[in-house]
Design a protein. Structure first.
Length: 417
């Protein structure tokens, strides 16, 4: 059973997403293509309008003004009426959210970028959708202005109640539907298990994860293993004539290879982040400046392939779901240079990057650089956790919510068994 309801401010409810593969018919693919094109057109149109106003030092165009322009645009461009009106409005809201993230310095690529036709395409349906169970764990989905039902291959149940959905298409030609829903923390697996473990984690390139318990998880290097094949397929794509059918076939082949590498990396990070959160109550991490680290032209590709920022992000939100305490120590703490032996406070100031082991001249302890860093991260994180427990400044990391323009009336979605 699938339901839809208003967003709640209950602290026990968390926002979760569920993504399923869909198999549209040719008519449904044409319907999706219209929505992808219309939402992309509006996003690029208003982005160009706001950018031009900004460059001309004129009065800025707000998100509210862009929404008020939609009715007039529908009169001038009748083909916009073929799409769901709320999906078009949601495209304008996504642009405003991108601007808010840019001003808050939370947008990875900086200023909002124009959407391209052969990249990932998507549109949002905020309400007025219906779903009914069709047996064998699958269900049929109906969205506004689409006369036929969409067959959804559901590999798991949705425990929460849906707020909205988004239909997307990957560059390789696969279609997916994503549900955003609210789930009670107590229904999340592992939320009721209160483990007493405490762990410090040092992130690196040779070993992606090094724990204070001495465990080293080797970097699988998915990108490096497929780099030779990527170069070969990219070279073949560059030799194809633009606009030809063979070029499009080669583009899809290259996109599938990139998609495979992405899925391998996500699978590796999700498995290990979930295990770390499930087994420990206090998790101590470093506050790494990955963007600054990637300025090293010799290591930038390896740093990007390691997925340090994504691993940290996953540990943060999974820890919040399961009521774990996630602590990030200061960026400039000498975790690798400081001796981790109890009672010793020696700091090796001349430690270089190629020094993987070093001996403390005061206590004579031989340190593995990464394990020593993980032990120091745990020690500093425990001190911060005790300060937070006493009511001092909270240095635990948290995720910021997205900002939207205006309000949209949310109506209950009828459910059919």
């Amino acid at each position: 059973m699938i339901r839809k309801r208003n967003k709640s401010t209950d602290p026990n409810l968390v926002e979760m997403g569920y993504k399923f593969r869909i198999y549209p018919t040719p008519d449904q693919e044409e319907f999706f293509a219209k929505h992808f094109g219309c939402t992309r057109f509006l996003y690029n149109h208003f982005l160009a309008l706001r950018s031009k106003a900004w460059e001309g030092r004129k009065e800025s165009v707000s998100g509210f003004e862009c929404k008020r322009m939609l009715p007039e645009m529908k009169k001038e461009l009748p083909w916009l009426k073929e799409c769901n009106s709320q999906s078009l409005q949601q495209s304008v809201l996504e642009l405003e959210t991108a601007y808010q993230k840019f001003f808050d310095k939370r947008l990875p690529n900086g200023y909002p970028q124009f959407k391209k036709k052969h990249h990932r395409q998507s549109f949002t349906v905020p309400q007025h959708f219906k779903a009914r169970i069709s047996g064998r764990g699958n269900f049929l989905l109906n969205i506004p202005k689409l006369k036929s039902d969409i067959r959804v291959q559901a590999h798991r149940d949705i425990p929460g109640q849906i707020n909205n959905l988004a239909i997307s298409k990957t560059p390789s030609g696969k279609y997916f539907v994503s549900f955003s829903c609210q789930v009670d923390k107590r229904d999340i697996p592992g939320a009721k298990v209160q483990s007493q473990g405490e762990i410090g984690i040092d992130l690196g390139l040779k070993d992606t994860i090094v724990t204070s318990a001495g465990e080293k998880i080797h970097n699988p290097r998915h990108l490096e293993k497929s780099l030779k094949k990527l170069k070969r397929e990219s070279k073949r794509l560059s030799h194809k004539k633009k606009g030809s059918i063979n070029r499009n076939k080669q583009r899809v082949k290259l996109a599938r290879l990139h998609e495979k590498i992405t899925n391998q990396r996500k699978d590796f990070l999700h498995k290990h982040s979930s295990r770390i959160v499930n087994e420990n109550q206090v998790i101590c991490l470093e506050d790494l400046c990955v963007k600054g680290m990637m300025r090293n032209k010799r290591l930038s590709r390896h740093i990007a392939g390691a997925g340090m920022s994504e691993l940290t992000r996953q540990i943060k939100y999974k820890g919040r779901w399961r009521n774990r305490q996630v602590v990030q120590i200061g960026r400039f703490e000498p975790s690798s240079k400081m001796c981790s032996t109890p009672g010793c406070t020696y700091i090796k100031t001349d430690l270089e990057l190629f020094d993987r082991e070093w001996v403390c001249p005061e206590c004579g302890t031989l340190h593995d650089r990464d394990i020593n860093a993980a032990l120091n991260i745990l020690k500093i994180g425990q001190d911060i956790a005790r300060i937070n427990a006493c009511g001092e400044n909270d240095r635990c990391s948290d995720l910021k919510g997205s900002v939207q323009v205006g309000s949209m009336r949310q109506e209950p979605c009828p459910v059919e068994a």
